[in-house]
Write a protein that binds this ligand. Structure first.
Ligand SMILES: [Mg+2]
Length: 414
């Protein structure tokens, strides 16, 4: 049986460290086109920057994406996100040579320093790139996840698509955590038992393991159940009722009951890419639903990811087809391009490493797409699945790891 605390801590660390690694891998080629990156042999490790960061940063350094994520991750207390602390952290960074700061953040932070909190009417991914910690902390509380993702974004990026991008990242991170723990539980159990061929007993034991974990409520008749018995010991009391309310209201109930049976998914598991799991396809659909009130355009773009993934899948993940997928989604700085490309990279790859390399070698806003993809892949695969060399050669990695552990400790604090 998986040690729950360890499993959760591994996901928190994986998310924040994974995000930083994606930033550091993408930093040297930010704004290079795909063909330019290809001409130099592709990116497969940290290199010294050959763009605007030349002679400013070195291999393994990260940029604003990580800095702002750390500013957010360090703005929590045991009650959750603290806006005053986040603003204080952002302004501290802004006032100490903020390398790589984007044009929107620059103006917005100048305003914030004067107490103006309205943000700029910007459509970039400047907030989506930093909201992953909200997906971790509020993975069990959808209404808070939504509320905080919106308010964190509006401080600097006040536009429907920027907000939709931030919501997408925090929402998908929360699902990466939940599905990742379920899959790890299965893997551990399968390794211990040597498979599930010993009949119903093993399935029942797995169900027992799973029901004690966060996905417990998902395979129940949500309407009639006493939800308190599925409560995660580390979660606040009302959180599941809010998620269930959301599920009832927005998602077709029959589909939920079928689609979210973790035993069915886990039983089918012999495939490796997130897209190939029904629960991740459902996650993308749910994400699209979640965005309808914020931006129809963004909501539809999220659905496009599924179609493009399906096409890649049907073509055996042929490189040409995957690259056409990036062309359709776009790899620019705007949230409506960068966020779907980051999610797409994660969905069609089968490891932390390949997720990151796919996302960066697609070109464009490589550090932001890499960091958002790194947050998803790092959460799903966990810290222990990240190549040690990428961790050891990442600048300030101990500080980044400690920040993620601190966030985890706050989450599980009574
Ligand atoms: Mg950057």
């Amino acid at each position: 049986m998986v040690d729950k605390s360890q499993a959760y801590e591994d996901k928190f660390k994986g998310c924040i460290v994974g995000l930083s690694i994606g930033d550091a891998l993408g930093m040297p080629v930010e704004w290079f086109t795909r063909s330019q990156i290809e001409e130099m042999g592709g990116i497969s490790e940290y290199i010294d920057p050959i763009n605007k960061f030349k002679d400013i940063l070195k291999a393994g350094d990260y940029t604003d994406d990580t800095e702002q994520t750390l500013a957010l991750a360090n703005a929590f207390d045991k009650n959750g996100y603290n806006e005053d602390k986040f603003i204080e952290n952002l302004l501290y960074w802004y006032n100490h040579n903020p390398i790589g700061i984007g044009p929107t953040s620059s103006k917005a932070l100048e305003n914030l320093s004067k107490g103006i909190k309205n943000g700029m009417p910007s459509e970039t991914c400047g907030s989506a790139m930093r909201t992953a910690p909200l997906g971790l902390f509020y993975f069990d509380n959808l209404s808070k996840l939504v509320e905080k993702s919106i308010s964190v974004t509006k401080l600097t990026h006040n536009s429907p698509n920027a907000i939709a991008g931030a919501l997408s990242i925090s929402f998908v991170v929360s699902k990466c955590l939940i599905h990742g723990i379920a899959h790890n539980t299965y893997d551990k159990y399968r390794l211990e038992k040597g498979g599930f061929d010993d009949g119903l007993g093993a399935i029942e034991k797995l169900r027992d393991v799973y029901e004690k974990d966060v996905g417990a409520f998902l395979n129940r008749d949500l309407e009639d159940d006493d939800i308190s018995k599925y409560e995660h010991p580390e979660a606040s009391h009302s959180t599941y009722s809010k998620i269930i309310e959301y599920n009832k209201n927005i998602i077709d109930k029959k589909r939920m009951e079928k689609g979210y049976d973790p035993i069915l998914f886990i039983g089918e598991r012999d495939i490796k890419r997130p897209y190939e799991y029904p629960e991740f396809r459902q996650t993308i659909e749910d994400c699209s639903h979640l965005l309808i009130d914020t931006s129809i355009e963004f909501s539809e773009k999220i659905v496009d990811i599924l179609e493009i993934c399906e096409n890649a899948h049907n073509n055996n993940y042929d490189k040409k087809v995957i690259l056409e997928g990036y062309d359709k989604l776009g790899t620019g700085i705007n949230a409506i391009e960068a966020v779907p490309s980051a999610i797409f990279s994660f969905m069609i790859s089968n490891s932390f490493e390949s997720s990151l390399l796919n996302s960066i070698n697609a070109g464009g806003d490589t550090d932001s797409i890499g960091s958002m993809c790194g947050a998803l892949a790092g959460t799903y695969y966990g810290f222990n699945a990240i190549p040690k060399k990428w961790i050891n050669d990442l600048s300030n990695h101990e500080h980044i790891i400690n920040t993620s552990i601190n966030l985890y400790n706050l989450k599980v604090m009574d």
